[in-house]
Ligand binder design. Structure first.
Ligand code: G4P
Length: 530
């Protein structure tokens, strides 16, 4: 084992984000292939879990004993130790998806070259921007007919509001995909379609000035087009600027094909040069440096019922500083207790590995007897500080919950409150009434089914959910607001969270704007605080 600082400095922790089907799973498989963590691509997650329907979701949970939501993968490549945090898409999209981004130091955004920026990418992207985490763009599926490259970049800039800097540039697409031009080395790397499950073939590199060689490989038409595009690009695109990349203001863009394994290693090599070691994190006593400090971590996700028989929960934490070893005692700051973490493990796709040690940058899951909450800090017994809380993300789907058997009021309130504490759902009340009317807000609609299923199975309570038309929720930042005097739109609904904080629900974005306009000084926020 290398020394302690070396171990931390070789870590890179990133989240991978995309709209479903853009190729996130395929790209992750290829990363692992290079790292040698697995030998054959295709075994990260089976198709069944990648593309399940709502109805079989619960079955999957049971079968695997582990949730299909977010897994963590670790592999070594070129002297680096890389942690990939997978962010679930599709219908199992939930607040966890957002929270996962809180545990990463950078994000890799996979975009389908024929589709451009899609809805889910946009949502996740907002969180990256809020946290100012660097974003690396991989434009995938170049082996299929792609949108115009300049248009794709334009779309990213306009839709996501981030400047782009192509690191390489595609030559053709689909059947006539010829490869990419690497701007730094001024070389064309020719496309070769490699067998599934093998590493990239020996790519041919041709200097851009080696005209004859280039002509024979890509043909005259592509050669002329490429030279024109390079001119345009050098004149028009944002300049490569590592500081801006690291500040999340500029995204380096790569082109490739995960399926045929082209451009993946090129991406990895550049990515590793541009990303940072685990970053210092903000705590109430200031920034905590990963190397200078002893062990500390924060909880970013709690997964209930990994094993239903024991109602167990696993708390996922990101180590922010120092080294963790399984024999040591740590302090759970919020609970005020010193303890030994129970069964520390690394969750690898569908297997769990018991850990003996881990370093800043790594993610570990520990058995949670019901004491941890999202955002909690762990540190050494003699220390005392807390990491910044994780924001509450705006749910986009709302429903009124009615309990069918009123005799089970107590179980109902207990169940729904506990599930809300785990962060899978958010609960609210009508502004002027008590707990009898509960409104549930979720980030992804599947969470409604999860709620119903869990209340029935774990708390023996049947409920009926009545969908509400609201899609926008806003926290009110003004402390001195008189809600009765607020003039909103006719569709606006006033609610409160469990702490009594007032919030507003709206059917559309227009109403949000109108309400701000009608109430001078009103400040509304899309993110709440825990
Ligand atoms: P996701 O995790 O982002 O949801 O996407 P995933 O990797 O599962 O890929 C979605 C589909 O796109 C898969 O096809 C996959 O093979 C295909 N794909 C991924 N990368 C590329 C690429 O670079 N080029 C092309 N042409 N296709 C790509 P599928 O038909 O749904 O599954 P399969 O039968 O191929 O396994």
């Amino acid at each position: 084992m290398g020394n302690f600082a070396d171990e931390i400095n070789k870590r890179r922790t990133f989240a991978i984000i995309s709209h479903p089907d853009a190729g996130k799973t395929t790209l992750t498989e290829k990363f692992l292939l290079y790292g040698g963590a697995i030998n054959l691509a295709g075994s990260v997650k089976g198709k069944a879990t990648a593309r399940h329907a709502v109805s079989d979701w619960m079955e999957i949970e049971k079968e695997r004993g582990i949730s299909v939501t977010s897994s963590v993968l670790q592999f070594e490549y070129g002297g680096f130790c890389i942690n990939i945090l997978d962010t679930p898409g599709h219908q199992d999209f939930s607040e966890d998806t957002y929270r996962t981004l809180m545990a990463a130091d950078s994000a890799v955004m996979v975009i389908d070259a024929s589709k451009g920026v899609e809805a889910q990418t946009r949502k996740l992207f907002k969180v990256c921007v809020m946290r100012r985490i660097p974003i690396f763009t991989f434009i995938n599926k170049m082996d299929r007919d792609a949108n115009d490259t300049f248009e794709l970049l334009d779309e990213i800039e306009k839709e996501l509001g981030i400047a782009t800097c192509p690191i390489n540039w595609p030559i053709g697409s689909g059947k006539s995909f010829k490869g990419v031009y690497e701007r730094e080395t001024r070389c064309v790397i020719t496309y070769s379609d490699t067998e599934k499950g093998t590493k990239e073939g020996q790519a041919t590199r041709i200097g851009i000035d080696d005209k004859d060689m280039l002509l024979s490989h890509i043909g005259e038409a592509f050669q002329t087009q490429l030279l024109d595009e390079i001119d345009l690009l050098d004149g028009a695109s944002a300049e490569y600027d590592l500081d801006r990349i690291r500040a999340g203001e500029l995204t380096p863009v790569f082109f490739g094909s995960a399926l045929t394994n082209f451009g993946v290693e090129i991406f990895l090599q550049h990515f590793l040069k541009m990303t940072t070691t685990p970053l210092p994190r903000k705590a109430d006593i200031g920034l905590i440096d990963p190397v200078e400090n002893n062990f500390s971590a924060f909880v970013f996700k709690i997964q209930a019922n990994m094993n239903k028989a024991h109602r167990d929960r696993v708390a996922f934490m990101r180590i922010c500083s120092g080294k963790y070893d399984a024999s040591m005692e740590v302090k759970h700051v919020q609970g005020g207790k010193v303890m030994r973490l129970s069964q520390p493990q690394q969750i690898m796709a569908d297997e769990r590995k018991i850990l003996s040690e881990a370093y800043a940058g790594d993610i570990i899951g520990v058995f949670d007897p019901g004491i941890f909450s999202i955002g909690d800090t762990l540190c050494m017994p003699k220390e005392q500080f807390q990491y910044e809380g994780i924001p509450t993300f705006a749910p986009e789907h709302f429903a009124r919950v009615r309990q069918l058997d009123t005799m089970k009021r107590k179980q109902f309130v207990k169940g729904i409150t506990q599930i809300a504490q785990e962060g899978a759902i958010q609960i609210f009340q009508e502004f002027n009434t008590g707990m009898e009317e509960i409104i549930v807000g979720v980030v992804g609609v599947l969470q409604f089914d999860v709620l119903k299923y869990r209340l029935e199975n774990e708390y023996n309570v049947d409920i009926r959910l009545e969908n509400l038309p609201y899609e926008h929720i806003r926290w009110i930042e003004n402390k001195d607001i008189d809600l009765d005097k607020l003039t909103g739109t006719s569709d606006m609904k006033k609610i409160k969270d469990l702490k009594g904080n007032p919030l507003l629900l709206f059917v559309n974005q227009w109403s949000v704007g109108m309400t701000i306009e009608r109430n001078k000084g009103l400040v509304l926020s899309e993110f709440g605080r825990n």
